[in-house]
Design a protein around this ligand. Sequence first.
Ligand code: FES
Length: 105
Amino acid sequence: MPQIIFVQPDGQRLCVEAKSGITAMEAARANGVAGIDADCSGACACATCHVHVAEEWSRAVGGPNDEEREILEFADAIGATSRLSCQIVLDDAMDGLILAVPGLS
Ligand code: FES
């Protein structure tokens, strides 16, 4: 059961326990993480679940596929490690994963 750390724009950290096999977005929503609205409920269609993967985790998490990359273009504050959290499926190897919630622009 990996623990995922969500970092708010003000630096506040929220550590949540998540079951392997669910997405980072589902873990965020289940634990009331602010800034992960997930308006499309994980259909890769809204970009309101955008996160920045911590640099040290970017290789393990991997990059977006073409469909996800297209939707990310609608998100604010895109960075080199941007992902849609609904497309990050968690597993035990992701214990300690750090995901930053972008600030509002
Ligand atoms: Fe809509 Fe992730 S919840 S793109």
